[in-house]
Every structure is written in structure tokens, then in C-alpha cells.
Ligand binder design. Structure first.
Ligand SMILES: Nc1ncnc2c1ncn2[C@@H]1O[C@H](COP(=O)(O)OP(=O)(O)OP(=O)(O)O)[C@@H](O)[C@H]1O
Ligand SMILES: [Mg+2]
Length: 362
């Protein structure tokens, strides 16, 4: 195993920096450079470890700053593939240039093609290509990519000869690709080809235990870089951190710690040093559905939790007329997380029935 013990000693020593009554992840681990104590992330590490050695295509999903690139790097470094990891940001490059970047071109293929050029797929031969922001790829290039995935051959622009490539493809996006398919912006066949193994990274606000862990890690790293003692995380600051939505996820936390570390003298980070918008986050309302007393014979804990979850999901969907995006927002969940839960629980039919019967009685 690549993870599990590497970080525990470090995290013990780090915990002494934190205010004593703050919640901590119990089994913090470092998987290559990815730190987490959250069970969902541990499962992801397991999947990454298993799939790394294969040539299967991996689609990494997650909001901006959740660690998609780190996962791609982990997959490559555990793959044992001798070739390079070649990253391509499909969102940052105009279509024509991206086409010749990816597949290469022949001399004279278009105006300005004064010499032939080797594409990134060829550069990644024997290694891995990381297609970042795949959701931005144009329909024309989606077709060309599909061919590479199916036949492991690239066609350089202006060439009549295909070139065989042995490339592992990893793609990432912060878009909801299933929605993009529905909207007709992303090819369904390509979507299925890409998500042979999907890896969905949870946003930071859904792994609250990781906030302190990562903040302390970044504070320690900054201290080393700046050659001064590590800052401490005050309790009030940690409370704000734990309530805040972190739209920029781990990257936002990393940048904040860097800024505060540079600007602060030694000591504790207090709320006054945080940007004003972080103070504005309202704590989500918590509704207690029932007053609890447990019967002497005991309860079936898992069944009750399951029922509670089902009721929360059904209520949210009812309140939003079956709109999953709005329901997910109401529950403070990522839309894909909600959709997965609905699927796993087989709630779909039940929900449709409820929405239909509500409409009928409305
Ligand atoms: N679990 C983690 N442990 C340590 N560092 C992390 C973790 N997750 C993310 N980071 C750091 O946060 C920053 C953002 O991560 P990364 O670039 O992998 O995110 P991303 O999902 O690719 O973002 P984007 O969608 O904006 O491209 C990087 O500096 C990365 O090192
Ligand atoms: Mg990225």
C-alpha cells in the first residue's frame, strides 16, 4: 500500500498545533501528495491504486481545486509506465491549435505549417496523456478523440498515414458531463468511452474533517518556505473554516494559508485576518425531524439512518418539484452525489410516483 501510515505520525505532531476541542479526522493519510482522512477519499485512493496499473481510461470529476490533477499524477506515477505524463488543457487552446497539439500535423497541412509537428499523443507514447477540461472540447475533436480511444491510432492533420500509439488516457472536468451529454454538447459515445473508471472527488465542504488537516499541512509548508514558525489555527477561525463553502476547494484554502502566512507575524490566525466574505457564510439550518428516545430493545441503526436519508432526499425532491439540481442545493450536496444516492437506493421510481401524485392533487 502506498498510503495509510505515511502521514499518521506527521498528523499526530500536527494535531498539537490545533486548538484542542476541534474535530479531527481519525485516520489521516497521505496518498502520494494527496492528504485526506475522509472515508470517501480513502475509497478513491483504493480505486486509484487498483486501476493505475491497467491501461483503462479514467475520468476524474470534481469541482475546481478538488485535486483532479493530483489524482492524475498519482495514477501515472503508480502506473509503472515508462513514458511521460503529458498534460493538455483542452479548455485553454483554440480548436485548430488544439487539434495539431494533440494529433500533430504534416508540413504544409495548413497556412503557417512550415514544418511537421509531433502531437502530444505521440509524445505520450508509452506513458499517459492527461486531457484536462475535457468538457470544453469541440465536437470535431471529440470525434477524433473517440477514434484514438477505440483504435489507439492518431491521424496527424494533413497526413494520410495513421500512427499507432500506446497511450493511457486520463481525462478530467469540473463540468457535469452527463448534463453536457443531455444538452447535446458532449458525445454520449465518447462519454462512455472516457468513464470506463470514473473517479468523483468530493468538494472540500463535504469532507469537513479534511479542512483542519489540510490547513495545518499548508501552514507547516509555508513556515518551512518562509523560514518562520508555523502559525496556529485558532478555534474561532477553524469554526469559520468548517462552516465556509470553499467554492475554490483545496486550492482556495491553500492560497488563503499562503497569504495569511506571508502577512502574519508568528502566532494564531484569528478571524480578523480572514477575508470579509468568509464571515458572511450562514450556518446551514439544521432541522431536527424527531425528538429521540430509544426503546429498551434497541434499534436497527443502519436501517434508521437509511430511512432518514431517504426521507431527506424525498422531501428535498418534493419541495423542488423533482428538480435534482435544486434538491441537491437544498441538501448541501453535490448534484452528482445526490444522483448517485438516488440510483443506489433505487429511489427513482418512488420519487417519480410522489412527484406525479403531488402534481395530480395540486
Ligand atoms: N488532498 C490534497 N492534499 C494536498 N493538497 C491538495 C489536495 N487536494 C488538492 N491539493 C492542492 O490544491 C491545489 C489544487 O489541486 P488540483 O490542481 O489537483 O485541483 P484541480 O481539481 O485539478 O483544479 P482545477 O479544476 O481548477 O484544475 C493544488 O495545489 C494541489 O496540490
Ligand atoms: Mg486541474
Amino acid at each position: 500500500m502506498v498510503y495509510s501510515t505515511a502521514f499518521s505520525a506527521e498528523s499526530d505532531s500536527l494535531s498539537s498545533l490545533a486548538a484542542p476541542r476541534t474535530p479531527r479526522a481519525s485516520t489521516a493519510t497521505a496518498f502520494l501528495n494527496i492528504l485526506s482522512g475522509c472515508p470517501e477519499m480513502q475509497k478513491i485512493f483504493g480505486v486509484v491504486e487498483k486501476v493505475a496499473k491497467t491501461r483503462s481510461t479514467v475520468l476524474i470529476l470534481g469541482e475546481s481545486g478538488t485535486g483532479k490533477e493530483l489524482v492524475a499524477r498519482a495514477l501515472h506515477s503508480l502506473s509503472g509506465r515508462g513514458g511521460k505524463l503529458v498534460p493538455v488543457n483542452c479548455g485553454a487552446i483554440p480548436e485548430d491549435i488544439l487539434e495539431s497539439e494533440l494529433f500533430g500535423h504534416e508540413k504544409g497541412a495548413f497556412t503557417g505549417a512550415v514544418a511537421s509537428r509531433v502531437g502530444r499523443f505521440q509524445l505520450a507514447d508509452g506513458g499517459t496523456i492527461f486531457l484536462d477540461e475535457i468538457g470544453e472540447m469541440s465536437p470535431k475533436l471529440q470525434v477524433k478523440l473517440l477514434r484514438v480511444l477505440q483504435e489507439r491510432k492518431v491521424d496527424p492533420v494533413g497526413s494520410t498515414k495513421s500512427i499507432d500509439v500506446d497511450v493511457r488516457v486520463i481525462a478530467a472536468t469540473n463540468k457535469d458531463l452527463a448534463e453536457e451529454v443531455k444538452a447535446g454538447r458532449f458525445r454520449e459515445d465518447l462519454f462512455y468511452r472516457l468513464q470506463v473508471v470514473p473517479v468523483s472527488l468530493p468538494p472540500l465542504r463535504e469532507r469537513v474533517g479534511d479542512i483542519q488537516l489540510l490547513a495545518e499541512h499548508f501552514m507547516r509548508r509555508q513556515a518551512e518556505e518562509l523560514g518562520k514558525p508555523a502559525l496556529l489555527l485558532g478555534e474561532a477561525t477553524l469554526e469559520i473554516f468548517n462552516r465556509y463553502a470553499w467554492p475554490g476547494n483545496v486550492r482556495e484554502l491553500e492560497n488563503l494559508i499562503e497569504r495569511v502566512s506571508i502577512l502574519s507575524d508568528d502566532g494564531t490566525i484569528d478571524p480578523g485576518q480572514l477575508p470579509p466574505h468568509m464571515h458572511e457564510t450562514q450556518q446551514r439550518g439544521v432541522t431536527h425531524i424527531v425528538e429521540l428516545t430509544l426503546p429498551d430493545v434497541g434499534v436497527d441503526f443502519n436501517a434508521l439512518i437509511e430511512e432518514y436519508e431517504n426521507r431527506l432526499i424525498s422531501t428535498a425532491l418534493n419541495q423542488t418539484g423533482g428538480n435534482k439540481k435544486a434538491a441537491a442545493k437544498l441538501l448541501g450536496l453535490n448534484r452528482t452525489t445526490l444522483v448517485e444516492k438516488i440510483k443506489k437506493k433505487g429511489l427513482q421510481a418512488q420519487i417519480e410516483m410522489t412527484v406525479i401524485s403531488d402534481e395530480a392533487t395540486a
